[in-house]
Design a protein around this ligand. Structure first.
Ligand code: UDX
Length: 450
């Protein structure tokens, strides 16, 4: 425990895949003896109303968007930069003048440059939190170079030269992507925005990354040469003492009893994260491919995730086509599912949290990435860590069936996944690299002068 007056305001980007890792980080700071305030949007705080406090002081600001309407990343970004940032400034001013414990440091998600700019302008040191892999972070940082070389547009397999340390290995199809392929060389608007905020976050006083040296050592070395201070403290969920969930959806625990009824390593767990939306055609291809493998499968289908199809109809279709071997849930207790002995592989979009959660449990992966960092993560899963296969850009029933079968029976992939899990446990053990980096970070925060 640390005897310190440090009071950290932790500010996540208000999406599930960003809240989860930074919440683990915040509670680790509390465990280290720091005072921590956690800043949600009002909307998310309402959805999390049942969530325990975990020693955190919960605060909120409006996101400025209408209730109950889906919004794109760019809409949310615009609204957070206007309504959200004005409310954030007012909040920081009040926290600065608090007599009991004024805020001494901000740790904000790298997606929000305004969070660093406003804090620093008010004299509060601001550190950036990156919930993504370093390999994708490096690809985003390299976007100006990729554009200059004409390598940012998508046609498939051409290797790129513009990302340091990955020359010739990363292909255009492995680069961070928007919701549609950028056919021209001027980049996708979502990717350009991500590249812009990534470049800014790299200039913060420190960059805290949810990764481990054993997974991403070479990419970390490249980042270290362009950021002020880098702390690789992950996988944060595996260091965490939180048993409770910070889910924005209600978890369906019934699937755990269903898993209990299956043989070891006999079930395919399918989840495409908290954001991806698929067409009905893609749903049908996945379902037919999964059914053809003959394996039982547990599939997370959030309400609204399959375009223009009700949850009831999806459940009935899975039941009919899956021959009774398929189970659908709207939201699963994912970390518990991945830890269950019955799970043999994870068919995933390769979001970074899912990738880390899977890696820690030593479960092989089948990757079907959608956007942002997922393309790069899935390339690393397949070609660097060899803990799974990447079926990028192709979603027909034959490919789904073949890839899932291959991963379910491959001893090579299973051994690589288990070796990685062992390595990650060493990283987070008491003398491991991530624990060492976390302790160094706590000292760094304690020594910041305000
Ligand atoms: C997004 C990006 O895709 C991801 O790559 C980025 O790093 C963070 O933002 P998301 O698409 O939601 O996140 O995927 P992922 O990073 O995998 O995060 C999903 C989280 O939701 C995981 O922590 C997972 O455990 C949790 N989850 C998912 C559940 O608890 N239950 C579910 O049924 C599905």
């Amino acid at each position: 425990m640390m005897d310190t007056a440090a009071h950290v305001l932790v500010f996540p980007w208000p999406r599930q895949g960003h809240i989860n890792p930074i919440l683990h980080f915040a509670t680790a700071l509390v465990d280290a003896g720091l005072q921590v305030s956690f800043l949600h949007t009002e909307r998310n705080l309402r959805r999390l109303a049942q969530a325990p406090l975990l020693g955190l002081r919960l605060l909120s600001i409006p996101d400025g968007l209408p209730e109950d309407q889906p919004c794109s990343f760019l809409d949310l970004m615009e609204s957070m930069c206007t309504t959200g940032s004005a409310a954030y400034r007012a909040l920081l001013l009040s926290l600065l003048s608090a007599v009991d414990a004024p805020v001494t440091c901000v740790v904000a998600d790298g997606t929000m440059p305004f969070a660093f700019d406003i804090a620093e302008e008010l004299g509060i040191p601001a550190l950036a939190f990156a919930p993504h892999s370093v390999c994708s972070y490096l690809a985003l940082l390299s976007m100006p170079k990729l554009l200059e070389l004409g390598e940012a547009a998508f046609p498939a397999d051409d290797p790129v030269r513009g990302v340091p340390g990955m020359e010739g290995f990363l292909r255009r199809r492995d680069l961070p992507r928007g919701l549609s392929f950028a056919e021209k060389g001027d980049g996708d608007p979502l990717v350009l925005k991500l590249a812009e905020v990534t470049a800014r976050s790299c200039k913060a006083r420190a960059l805290i990354i949810n990764t481990a040296a054993s997974m991403e050592g070479p990419a970390l070395a490249h980042i270290a040469s362009c950021a002020c201070e880098v702390f690789a403290v992950g996988p944060l969920h595996a260091r965490s003492t939180i048993a409770e969930s910070a889910s924005l959806w209600r978890e369906d625990d019934g699937c755990m009893a269903w898993l209990d009824g299956h043989e070891d390593r006999s079930v395919v767990y399918v989840s495409l994260g908290s954001l991806a939306v698929i067409t009905h055609e893609q749903f049908t291809e996945f379902l037919s491919g999964l059914a053809a493998t003959g394996y039982a499968f547990l599939w997370v289908l959030r309400p609204g995730m399959v375009q223009m199809t009700s949850s009831k109809l999806l459940g009935e279709t899975v039941e009919a086509v899956g021959g009774g071997r398929g189970r659908v849930v709207e939201w699963a207790p994912q970390r518990d599912v991945l830890r269950h002995r019955a799970v043999g592989c994870f068919l995933t979009h390769a979001g970074w949290n899912s990738t880390l959660e899977c890696a820690v449990e030593g479960v092989p992966m089948v990757c079907w990435p959608f956007f942002a960092d997922q393309q790069t993560n899935s390339r690393f899963v397949d070609a660097v860590w060899k803990t799974g296969l990447d079926m990028k850009d192709v979603c027909d029933r034959g490919v789904v069936e073949k890839t899932v079968r291959e991963v379910m029976i491959s001893d090579e992939i299973k051994e690589a996944a288990q070796a990685m899990a062992q390595q990650l446990r060493l990283n987070i053990a008491e003398a491991g690299s991530s624990s060492f980096q976390f302790e160094r970070l706590v000292r760094f925060i304690g020594e910041l002068n305000i």
